[in-house]
Design a protein around this ligand. Sequence first.
Ligand code: ZN
Ligand code: FE
Length: 253
Amino acid sequence: MFDVIRIPAFKDNYIWLLRKGAAAAVVDPGDARPVLEVLDQYGLSLTTILVTHHHADHQGGVSRLLAHYPAEVFGPATESISGITRPLAGGETIRTAFCDVEFQVLAVPGHTLGHLAYYGADCLFCGDTLFAGGCGRLFEGSAAQMADSLARLAALPGETAVYCAHEYTEANLRFALAVEPGNRRLQSRVNEVAVARAKGWPTVPSTIAIEKASNPFLRSAEPEVAAAARRRVADAHDDVAVFAALRAWKDGF
Ligand code: ZN
Ligand code: FE
């Protein structure tokens, strides 16, 4: 196994640095500077970069990191990301120079069309697809694609730690509560997250079990969620239509 070190970046991004011995891997380095500082601080050598999608806040630091370390770079083959040495389509199981842990690569289109998630050692690095309490916006893919991507993430074991790329949880849960005010697990999560954020603490990682219990975007099949969606879009009759109605509602929330 490896340690996971949280590196805050920009306004609300998290860059995840994995550490095993003196080796490090980093997920979605949008900015090189804070990553280089942590590598120096712990005396680590960067062997591996994992990129989930092409947005600048997830890959903007890759070139500068490569100027310091000859790391291998995994990322979506179909997206324009400079420095990728190991292009992926999704469906692969990869071994990295970082450590023995194998990662499964999942194609999770929706936020972007080539978006990938990396799953290994009970950890899921899912970029901007699944968030704590929410999900990414549909910039490139369809609601059907995103709903399918989220359903496959929801099928991972409940104890899987969900390392998403942004601290959006508090706002996400405000929306979740508007959708599903009667959900007790959601109510207690709202309270826990409010306490944590008031102290400046992070709310990521969560787990797949927590998300399935309280994230409306994984709960389209729940009667209260579907009913709330149908108050916005009367003919939202299947899970994908419910998901689409929720996503559109959240966009303007
Ligand atoms: Zn993004
Ligand atoms: Fe992002």
